[in-house]
Ligand binder design. Structure first.
Ligand SMILES: *Cc1c(COP(=O)(O)O)cnc(C)c1O
Length: 379
């Protein structure tokens, strides 16, 4: 029993003293909402993503909604996505008046199965939203071959994937519309926020309108509104945090990779055979290790709730689950979705557990988690 040890959460933000000082500077500056810090943050993000246009927003959720609007997705259109994601991904499809269509996931990657995605395409399909769960990209070559073949827009839900790569290229530096989140649990944070990587200056102008009530200003007192926009801008307080976080992203992700390697080493080659649980794919060199998730054995000792409770009560370790299958929520059952439609997603949604993984986690923390998991699952 290690319940006497301090609580180990599954995620914890890294806020250094420089960040706190930078926030103080903004608060004392006389300009605290969207301004110079946000501009600098957008410029650095753009540089990070290979010079593509980038605009920030106050959440990853509204970032994806605006991406769909920029792509012209609306009523009558179908958008295909994965059922194993945070409710935001399919909510934005409904938000713009389109119809969510789900395709089942691949059991090993836990990402959308691209064969099933292709099979779900109809003449009404307008866009696809792949999610890079835990920071693991889908097969980007195949994804964009499908998009091109059927003339579909892609909105990448890369909320978890900043710093992940596909064949050596950064997610965001390639692709169509790419949406990131800076929510507090992500690899870098602005407390709340997000950004969208786009293709053209015209898309970026449209993004600016959608995020600020549709307003375009000109001259000294010129103002017009030609699209319906919301209030989605990022304040300079948040952008100042983002600037500091972005400067440390490589360092954070390198540390996460070290933690992931230690997890695999400590679980060892016999863990899956001994417990019936499943480790993630060893996607070194491509994943940013946003999450470290195991799949519990289907007929193991107790339910996931019991596993999570024992981790907490007996070992003082926090765990999470990312995610429950979205199509089984009431909002989607009311739209005709039902049990048995996406069996892999339903199984993963029931059995996935997120183990601690954060920027300041220690190798000793990993050993503590592995001992606890083995203590509960070893036969
Ligand atoms: C975090 C997250 C979101 C939502 O981002 P917010 O910034 O919280 O709005 C959407 N999709 C996925 C996969 C996420 O992990």
């Amino acid at each position: 029993m290690t319940a006497e040890l301090p609580f180990l959460p599954f995620s914890r933000p890294t806020i250094d003293e420089d960040t706190i000082a930078a926030v103080g500077d903004v608060l004392r500056s006389g300009w605290i909402t969207t301004g110079p810090k946000n501009q600098a943050f957008e410029a650095q993000l753009s540089e990070y993503f290979g010079g593509r246009p980038v605009r920030t927003f106050n959440s990853g959720t509204c970032t994806m909604e605006i991406a769909l609007r920029i792509a012209g997705v609306g009523p009558g259109d179908e958008v295909i996505t994965t059922p194993i994601t945070w409710p935001a991904t399919s909510a934005v499809i409904l938000e713009v008046g389109a119809t969510p269509v789900f395709a089942d996931i691949d059991e090993r990657t836990r990402n959308i199965d691209l064969d099933k995605l292709e099979a779900a395409i109809t003449p009404r399909t307008r866009a696809i939203i792949p999610v890079f769960l835990s920071g693991l990209p889908v097969d980007m070559d195949r994804l964009y071959a499908i998009a091109e073949k059927y003339k579909l827009r892609v909105v990448e839900d890369a909320a978890q994937a900043i710093g992940s790569t596909w064949k050596g290229k950064r997610i965001g530096a390639i692709g169509d519309l790419v949406s990131f989140s800076f929510q507090v649990n992500k690899n870098i944070t602005t407390v709340e926020g997000g950004c969208l990587v786009m293709n053209t200056p015209e898309e970026a102008r449209l993004a600016e309108k959608y995020r600020l009530q549709g307003v375009t200003r000109s001259g000294v007192d010129g103002i017009d509104v030609d699209v319906l926009g919301g209030k989605y801008n990022m304040s300079d307080v948040n952008a100042a945090i983002g600037l500091r976080q972005l400067a440390r992203l490589e360092e954070f992700n390198a540390h996460r990779e070290k933690i992931a390697r230690h997890y695999f080493q400590c679980f060892g080659p016999d863990f899956e055979a001994n417990t019936g649980a499943q480790l993630p794919i060893q996607a070194f060199g491509s994943s940013n290790w946003h999450l470290f998730q195991i799949i519990l054995p289907d007929h193991g000792p107790g339910t996931r709730a019991e596993f999570m409770t024992r981790m907490q009560k007996e070992y003082n370790i926090g765990t999470g689950y990312h995610y429950a299958a979205v199509h089984l929520f009431t909002l989607y059952r009311e739209r005709g979705f039902k049990d048995g439609q996406f069996p892999v997603a339903e199984k993963i949604g029931r059995l996935t557990v997120t183990l601690p993984m954060f920027n300041t986690m220690t190798l000793g923390d990993v050993e503590r988690v592995v001992a606890a998991v083995n203590g509960i699952l070893a036969k």
